[in-house]
Write a protein that binds this ligand. Sequence first.
Ligand SMILES: [Zn+2]
Length: 82
Amino acid sequence: MQSKTEEMAQYKYSHYLENSSDPRFDPAFPPGTEAPHSGIYKCQGCGTEVVSDAGEPLPPQSHHQHSLNQGRIAWRLVVGTA
Ligand SMILES: [Zn+2]
């Protein structure tokens, strides 16, 4: 059985990260959408993580393949960078 932590962003020192209820963490964007914020984005279908800068396009449809039950690629901000 695959360990859950292999699919999640990791950190060692919690004082570098701060929990936030900011709405910028809520939407999931289609491939190629201009990233509204800089940070780590996670594909909601398969868990793939990427780093994107604000104003740059999120990875395109061709970035990785999904099985049918993983649905569409959708990028969601999981860690915002300052
Ligand atoms: Zn994916």
